[in-house]
Design a protein around this ligand. Structure first.
Ligand code: ADQ
Length: 453
């Protein structure tokens, strides 16, 4: 069997994979067995390295390069996270564009390609991940790489009317056509991307989602990412009864637990969620002192100014809500800015009556799937889910909300808290069957099977 070479912006260090908060890291750790993992080490140096540092840990080879400070600022903080991330999450008002940053994005992709080529064997399958690395196939091809190269985009894709605002956007669309296979999360993302290829790039797409490019053909498809649902469920059972799970349960004093777990990111809709909880307490007094909302929001991308702004906003909101509704022995919102180990989270989810997943836009959102996987089948909690998370395509039995409307969030929490056991079980079983079947292994297999075809 061919060796799998994963390429992602950030390669997790093998020891901190358990607590890292990136969804990509979580999904790939489950999908990856053996093979080579190539990308940025997470370290910033004077200049971007041209030669990879290679380590072998438990059968997987990790090959990483450090990024130079200027490249970190321009490629990572700049074009990737201040241009592409807001654009692809439909946040044009937050998007910045700066040509030198775009050029750094290209040159870092060129550096990735140059450092990866010496590691490649002729039969390797190269699987590139996410928006940081769109031009990588083109750079690898320019260096003579003939291997199969595939790409998976973890974030949403926008329609042509939105994508058209990106200067140089057509170059990126053309670069995507240099892959053998391009996967996105949902059929909506696929439709948007192919509309962009047709309308902005002027290239025809055939019925199988194929686009002719430089004498080859790139295929586009939707591959919704899954989790390792069964092992997550096992972990939840074990951890809910463990020390941290018991500590959480005891601290609630019999109150119902509402919980959200996210990276601290403006795409996750946290201010609206906090406002939704405020309106719940404002409108239904019977929930006072009866519910506790725990929000775990691990700090992320602190070097991007918009992330510092949202952190300040949430600090203030949490303080205001607790000041307004709190009593001597009841803190309505417990707000935590640190990542929590995966196993511990699984146990927390199992103690949670209402899982709140209300991003303004999300490629998939794995927390929604993890929350479902962690529930007790006999007495499951209720998922409140944004209509704009990719996960909604598979988890339609959740209580669905428009995350822009705090009143709708409040109503959804109220419905979820009151939902009878039969209905909770029924909704949960349908969702569980889907996520247990379409899990991380199935995702990986279906993607690689299409690539192989
Ligand atoms: P993310 O935006 O990071 O991922 P998400 O899918 O929710 O979002 O994944 C987060 C992962 O990190 C989950 O496994 C979760 O358990 C973990 N996590 C989140 N907050 C945490 C915290 N505070 N402490 C510890 N762990 C935490 C991107 C896209 C998503 C897409 C994934 C995978 O933005 O839409 O679902 O990639 O494709």
């Amino acid at each position: 069997m061919a060796r799998l070479v994963l390429v992602s912006n950030r390669v997790p260090s093998p020891q901190d994979r358990g607590v890292k908060s990136g969804g990509l890291v979580a999904a790939l750790s489950e999908a990856m067995s053996g093979g080579l993992w190539f990308g940025w080490s997470g370290q910033v140096a004077d200049r971007t390295e041209s030669k990879a540092q290679v380590r072998r840990v438990r059968g997987t080879v990790y090959a990483t390069i450090d990024l130079g400070k200027q490249d970190y600022d321009d490629y990572y903080v700049g074009f990737a996270n201040s241009t592409l991330w807001p654009l692809l999450h439909f946040r044009l008002g937050l998007m910045e564009f700066d040509r030198p940053q775009y050029e750094a994005y290209q040159s870092v992709n060129r550096a990735f390609a140059a450092a990866l080529v010496p590691q490649l064997k002729p039969d390797d399958i190269v699987w590139v991940h996410d928006y940081h690395l769109i031009p990588l196939a083109r750079e690898l091809r320019a260096l003579g790489v003939r291997n199969k190269i595939a790409f998976f985009l973890h974030v949403p894709f926008v329609p042509p009317s939105v994508f058209a605002v990106l200067p140089k956007g057509s170059e990126l669309l053309a670069a995507l056509c240099d892959y053998d296979l391009v996967g996105v999360q949902t059929v909506t993302d696929l439709r948007n991307l192919l509309d962009c290829v047709r309308e902005l790039l002027g290239r025809p797409v055939d019925d199988l989602g194929r686009v002719a490019s430089n004498g080859r053909s790139a295929r586009f498809g939707a591959f919704p990412i899954g989790i390792d649902a069964r092992s997550f469920a096992d972990m939840a059972v074990e951890s809910a009864g463990g020390a941290e799970g018991k500590r959480l349960a005891q601290s609630l004093g019999g109150r119902a637990l509402v919980m959200g777990v996210d990276r601290l990111d403006y795409s996750k809709g946290l201010p609206n969620r906090f406002e939704g909880f405020t309106r719940l307490l404002g409108r239904w007094k019977e929930w006072h002192e009866k519910v506790t909302y725990v929000q775990i929001a691990a700090r992320s991308r602190d070097d991007v100014p918009q992330y510092r702004t949202i952190r300040r906003e949430l600090d203030q909101l949490a303080g205001r809500i607790n000041g307004r509704f709190g009593t001597i022995d009841w803190v309505p919102i417990r707000y935590i800015n640190r990542p929590v180990a995966r196993g511990t989270l699984a146990g927390y989810y199992r103690h949670t009556r209402v899982g709140l997943v209300t991003p303004l836009r999300d490629g998939m959102n794995l927390v929604a799937k993890e929350y479902v996987a962690a529930q007790d089948p006999e007495d499951p909690g209720v998922l409140v889910l944004s209509r704009f998370a990719g996960a909604v395509h598979e988890l339609g039995e959740a209580v669905l909300v428009n995350p822009y409307d705090p009143d709708e969030i409040a109503e959804a929490i109220n419905v979820a808290l009151r939902m009878p056991l039969d209905e909770r079980r029924d909704r949960w079983q349908r969702m569980w069957r889907r996520i247990a079947t379409d899990d991380a292994a199935a995702w990986c297999k279906s993607f690689l099977t299409v690539l192989d075809a």
